[in-house]
Structures are given as structure tokens and as C-alpha cells.
Design a protein around this ligand. Structure first.
Ligand code: HEC
Length: 306
């Protein structure tokens, strides 16, 4: 996938939403087995974030979930109070409530974010109605649309946003543009001051910020994945390259050290993000330089990681 950056926010008009309120209203089931109606129980009168995913999606779904988790954290306790997150699985056969509950736990998702599924054909119809089904692609579970829908049902404002949006931008849209403004979200006071683009001096930095940062920090401690400070010293470059290109294959080989690492991160597998060799080299170069900048160049910093 070509890496696209978040563009200036654009308001998409939903074909069926807003004024006419012809929202889909199928029955869905949540991670705890509760049955709900999509419009009546989840959307009516609320500020919401809606996305579609499936738990066995090995690539971008995990990145989406990680990014949305940061959005949730930025919004703090408003999520569950006046802002609600819904992730709907398009693969009900695999993603039973039990599987959804475990997925939610693996990502350490807090209150106010519900994982749901339902009848497959109704979900496909819903996606089409909400404009989240990519046009011209087979309606199979693999055409997972990399977009999320955010909106305020009460005011009829809806936007389709790219999954590549910065978490801070998404939080501002949900918290300030759509919701009542109730205090600052993140470091900028108004949406107009928000950096829309993910900035990076090099392509490696840009890639790291848009593909890795939601799960990894460099020198700020573990997140959903391990802190990557000094990792270019700790691992051989061949191992590192292969890991970033195809972590799924490396995990499948069940090397004890790797298995231990996956277990330490609650079984959350690092996603295969379909990066090219060149992109991986650029990212590694960035991690190396950033590690030096954060002080891992010294022996002390390196030894700490063993
Ligand atoms: C959805 C979260 C997620 C994303 C996105 C992600 N990773 Fe990971 N990463 C993990 C987890 C979790 C682990 C720990 C191993 C496991 O559970 O698979 C990991 C492990 C690693 C390791 C091994 C660290 C060590 O100490 O050996 C490296 C290197 C790494 N990731 C690099 C990256 C890079 C580079 C990117 C961006 C291209 C990236 N990751 C994107 C979750 C993620």
C-alpha cells in the first residue's frame, strides 16, 4: 500500500445519514454477548467513532486498533461518557463475542469502546450504507476499508477519515469539532492549530511515525510493543530486517526468544505492514539515529536491553 498521509479534513456527505436519518439499524452483539441495535442503542444522539475490522487481519487492522487506542487515551474519560467508539467485525464466523473480548483485552482497551459483530450480510449492507465499503472491490472480508467514520448524530455532522490520520488529529475532531468543546485535547488548544500532517525530516522518520509509533516508542518505555531504543544494537541487522518485513512468519517459526517476547506483550502479534525492503532500511536507519539521540549509543544504554 502506498503510504498516504492525512490530508486536510474533508467532510464527506453520507448518502443515507444526516437529515433523513435512514441509518442502518441491524441487531449486533457485543464482546460480552449483549444484543444491541446499531442506530437505536449505539449511535442515536451520540458522538461516535465507527470502524470495521476483523481480528485475524494480519496487517493494518492491528495498526488501526493501536492508533484508535491512542485517540481514546487522548480523549480520556470522555470516551464512554459523551464519545463512543465502535469496532465492528466483518467476520462473525471467527469473531465470536469471546474472540472479540480477548482481542479487546490484548490491546488493553478501556471503557467506552465496544467491539461488535452481527449478521454478515447485514454488516456488509451497513458498510455500504455508511460509505465504508470500498467501491469496486469484492465484498469479501479482505476488502476491509481503511477508513473510519466519525460523527455526531445529534448535529448530523459526519466525516470519513483516513486510518492514517494522526491520533491527535482524530482526537481533536472527535473532542472539539464534533463534540462540545470541554477543555484541551493534547497540546494544542484549537483545531486550527493542530498539525494535520505527520511530520518527518526523513522518509524513515515519517514511516516510523505513521506505521510504528502507535505501538512503539524510542526511549519512552514499552507501549503495546517494546521500546525500540537500542534495538539496532541488540539485534543483528538481518534479524531486524526480516522481523519488520515479515513478523508473522518469524512468529510462526516459534523461536523460544520470539515466543517469549510475544507472550510478554499479551500475545499481541506485531503486524505485517507490507513494507518494502527499502522502507524497512529507512525505518531502521531512523531507529538507529533516534536511539543515539535518546542516549542509547553508550554501552550502558545497550546493556540495559539485555
Ligand atoms: C499494532 C502494534 C504494532 C505495530 C503497529 C508495530 N509493532 Fe513492532 N511489535 C509489536 C509487538 C506487540 C511486539 C512484540 C513481539 C510480538 O508480540 O509480536 C513488537 C516487536 C517489535 C520489534 C522487536 C523488538 C525487540 O526488542 O526485539 C521490533 C524491532 C519492532 N517491533 C519494530 C516495529 C516497526 C519498525 C514497526 C513499524 C514499521 C512496528 N514494529 C509496528 C507491535 C507493533
Amino acid at each position: 500500500m502506498a503510504h498516504q498521509e492525512s490530508a486536510t479534513p474533508s467532510v464527506d456527505t453520507l448518502p443515507t445519514a444526516s437529515a433523513s436519518r435512514q441509518f442502518p439499524n441491524p441487531e449486533l452483539i457485543d464482546q460480552d454477548g449483549h444484543k444491541v441495535r446499531f442506530f437505536d442503542d449505539l449511535v442515536r444522539g451520540k458522538v461516535v467513532m465507527i470502524n470495521f475490522f476483523f481480528t485475524t487481519c494480519e496487517s493494518y487492522c492491528a495498526l488501526d486498533t493501536a492508533r484508535l487506542k491512542r485517540v481514546q487515551q487522548l480523549l480520556g474519560d470522555r470516551v464512554g461518557k459523551d464519545i463512543f467508539f465502535y469496532s465492528i467485525s466483518v467476520d462473525p464466523k471467527t469473531d465470536t463475542p469471546e474472540v472479540l473480548r480477548k482481542y479487546r483485552e490484548r490491546f488493553g482497551i478501556g471503557a467506552g469502546w465496544t467491539f461488535l459483530t452481527g449478521n454478515e450480510s447485514e454488516i456488509t449492507a451497513m458498510r455500504a450504507q455508511l460509505g465504508l465499503l470500498a467501491v469496486g472491490i469484492d465484498r469479501t472480508k479482505n476488502d476491509h476499508s481503511l477508513a473510519v467514520l466519525v460523527g455526531n448524530e445529534a448535529t448530523g455532522q459526519w466525516m470519513r477519515r483516513s486510518n492514517m490520520d494522526k491520533a491527535e488529529v482524530m482526537a481533536k475532531i472527535l473532542g472539539e469539532n464534533l463534540g462540545e468543546w470541554r477543555g484541551s485535547v493534547g497540546e494544542h488548544r484549537s483545531y486550527s492549530e493542530a498539525p494535520i500532517r505527520i511530520e518527518g525530516k526523513t522518509n524513515g522518520e515519517l514511516l516510523f511515525k505513521s506505521r510504528c509509533l502507535d505501538c512503539h516508542s524510542i526511549g519512552r518505555g514499552d507501549g503495546l510493543g517494546p521500546d525500540l531504543i537500542g534495538v539496532t544494537k541488540k539485534r543483528t541487522s538481518a534479524w531486524l530486517r526480516r522481523w519488520i518485513v515479515e513478523p508473522d512468519k518469524v512468529i510462526a517459526e516459534k523461536d523460544p526468544g520470539v515466543t517469549e517476547m510475544v507472550e510478554r506483550f499479551k500475545g499481541l502479534a506485531m503486524p505485517n505492514l507490507s513494507l518494502t525492503e527499502r522502507e524497512v532500511d529507512e525505518i531502521i536507519d531512523y531507529i538507529e539515529k533516534a536511539s543515539v539521540a535518546f542516549g542509547a549509543s553508550s554501552d550502558r544504554g545497550v546493556r540495559k536491553n539485555h
